[in-house]
Write a protein that binds this ligand. Structure first.
Ligand code: 87F
Length: 599
């Protein structure tokens, strides 16, 4: 145990009720495996030997249906700890060395999330739910200005309705969860738990839209959806139940629909960049990667530097008239010249759908967190500033202590008056070092220390969470202006740091020889492409390792590179005669495409 660990583990009592942190589920951030097939993974509190996928799945389904037994606390084998050994209080591993273990500790100890006895279903603790509320408030404000209205549709969808748009459901059928019983009685017709609400909403749209005057119809839902994923679940990033908003709109023209698709994508980018301080690239998905039910899909692509992988951050689709034809959503052509008694032609409406999920919170954690724990950008931090009274000794007279606390409280009041979210840590029995570590682990962006020496000088000492070790001073008289300014500086610097890192790992590659080596150095690649599906598949295959005649580092991740998007902002023009990056392709390149291994 390092000195730092020892200090943290003995610095005071843990704040959570239990002294032992049960590890319910191993997280894996580096390699895709089926959700239920790992021999070293213990999920749902059930110690297992390597289970057969279906057996495990069936057992999970069964145990979900049974009255819940209290889950046995279990541990991840890799942590090599005894069950009754108390977990060290701070983060005990480094982000660079073991990202999966680091992520698990950071979200658990930062009290963002808890595991449950259902693999892939998580408890969003207040710390993460609050971030979701900030996102909701921001986005609601934006979409209300676009005249989008919030509403709610049922959680269950009949099978007939779900199957109505066959192309759309085909690729997703395996992930649909079904309700088959009501109490002891088998339902006559099973009900799907919504994986998305296109089919749930569009019969209503057909009823609601009677004339062109009913257009545009713009509805949004904040809800939960269930997708029974078989890939390894990862808190926030890939879960079986998650929270999102799904917007569904209907328009008279393709042009109007197209404009909205981009406007929404801009709002999504603003959530990432302006709230979460996470840089994203805007672009269009290729045919191979787009939502099969869509006319076209626009996307935001993020980047996780520690693993060099891309991550889809949000999508905004133009659905075209596809669903309108299936669900018969039509209006009479208002512009048609008609003769007496002639019926007007029916026009199918143009539709969009767009979604933003709680995955964003996981991306934020992975990008900003460090070896001390979470780092929350000030704009989404429930506690933006923690004030810690320092220099309080056992020998200190009660009256002096009270004076100090009164001054701290005045600081709090001054900051609250200018809408800064503040917490004062007056806890007795915890030393200052413990308190510092505790708030750092929880990601509070700014710490103010105030003790008798500071009081004498008329200053508060500042410590920025994003710049470990660097301290500053602010005159007490200036805190109402300087603290909000400093919080904004932290927000800006966090974004800049992440942005520079993303930019440094987006490499322009012109020849295939550099493609895989560049990926292996934890980069995304921008390469000229003909953008055809065949090339995309070929590149995915050939970048997955074991390519004939090509040296691939044995230790390099074997996953192939996907086309993440065709970025709207192209690095440069495509030169005359530039060929597609795929050496097996004879076509000319038409666009620079962003490739990468991805979540
Ligand atoms: C899983 C099971 C069933 C994704 C699924 O992206 C259906 C689906 O339709 C499914 N997984 N999708 C695509 C969702 C498309 C779209 N829906 C509204 C979005 C954004 C919000």
């Amino acid at each position: 145990m390092s000195t730092e660990e020892k200090r943290r583990s003995t610095g005071g009592k843990r704040m959570s009720q239990s002294g032992i942190e049960p590890k319910m589920e191993a997280i894996q951030l580096t390699e895709d495996k089926p959700a239920d097939s790992s021999s070293t993974t213990v999920e749902g509190g059930q110690p297992t030997e390597k289970p057969k996928k279906q057996d495990k799945e069936r057992r999970d389904q069964k145990s979900a249906a049974k009255p819940a037994k209290p889950a046995k606390p279990t541990q991840q084998q890799s942590s090599k700890k005894k069950m009754d050994e108390p977990t060290l209080i701070g983060i005990t591993c480094s982000k660079a060395e073991d990202l999966s273990e680091w992520y698990q500790q950071v979200i658990l100890k930062g009290e963002m999330l808890e595991f449950t006895d259902i693999p892939g279903c998580y408890i969003y603790q207040p710390a993460s739910y609050r971030i979701w509320e900030f996102i909701q408030a921001f986005f609601n404000d934006r979409i209300r200005k676009m005249k989008v209205k919030n509403c709610y549709f049922p959680l269950f969808i009949t099978e007939a309705n779900l199957q109505r748009e066959k192309d759309h459901i085909e690729g997703f059928a395996a992930e649909v969860a079904w309700v088959t019983h009501g109490g002891k009685n088998k339902l006559e017709k099973r009900l799907a738990v919504r994986p998305t609400s296109e089919t749930a909403m569009y019969s209503f749209y057909a009823k609601k839209i009677r004339s062109h005057r009913d257009l545009p119809l713009k509805l949004n839902q904040w809800n939960n959806v269930v997708r029974w994923e078989f890939k390894h679940p990862m808190p926030f990033l890939r879960s079986r139940e998650f929270l999102w908003q799904e917007g569904h709109t209907a328009h008279m023209t393709e042009e109007e629909a197209g404009k909205e698709v981009l406007e929404i994508l801009d709002h999504y980018a603003a959530i990432y960049e302006d709230l979460l301080a996470v840089p994203v690239i805007k672009g269009r998905k290729t045919k191979e990667e787009q939502f099969p039910g869509a006319h076209y899909t626009t996307t935001l692509e993020g980047f996780i530097p520690s693993v060099g992988r891309g991550i889809q951050a949000a999508t905004s689709h133009c659905l075209g008239q596809h669903f309108a034809k299936m669900f018969d959503i039509t209006v009479e052509d208002p512009n048609q010249q008609i003769k007496d008694g002639q019926a007007r032609d029916k026009l199918h409406v143009w539709q969009n759908s767009w979604g933003f999920t709680t995955r964003s919170i996981g991306v934020m954690v992975l990008i900003h967190g460090d070896d001390k724990g979470l780092i929350t950008p000030p704009r989404v931090a429930e506690v933006q500033v923690v004030i810690i009274p320092v220099g309080v000794t056992a020998k200190m007279a009660d009256a002096d202590k009270q004076n100090l606390y009164d001054e701290v409280d005045k600081l709090r009041q001054t900051l609250e008056d200018v809408d800064v979210r503040v917490e004062c840590d007056y806890r007795e029995g915890y030393n200052v070092g413990y308190k510092f570590n505790d708030w750092e682990m929880k990601g509070v962006p700014l710490r103010l220390e105030f003790g008798p020496k500071d009081a004498a000088k008329g200053i508060v000492t500042t410590s920025r969470r994003d710049q470990s070790g660097s301290k500053g001073e602010i005159p007490v008289t200036d805190i109402a202006t300087e603290v909000p300014k400093l919080l904004e500086t932290i927000q800006k610097d966090m974004f800049q740091k992440a942005s520079d890192e993303y930019a440094a790992h987006r490499k322009v590659v012109r020849g295939w020889a550099d493609f895989v080596p560049t990926l292996n150095e934890k980069n995304l690649v921008l390469a000229p492409s003909c953008t055809t599906e065949e090339c995309e598949k070929q590149i995915k295959k050939d970048s997955a390792g074991n390519v004939e005649g090509q040296e691939v580092d044995e230790k390099a991740p074997s996953m192939g590179a996907k086309t993440l998007c065709i970025p709207f902002e192209q690095p440069e023009g495509i030169e005359e005669g530039q060929k597609c990056i795929n050496p097996k392709c004879e076509e000319k390149a038409v666009k620079w495409v962003l490739y990468g291994r991805s979540y």
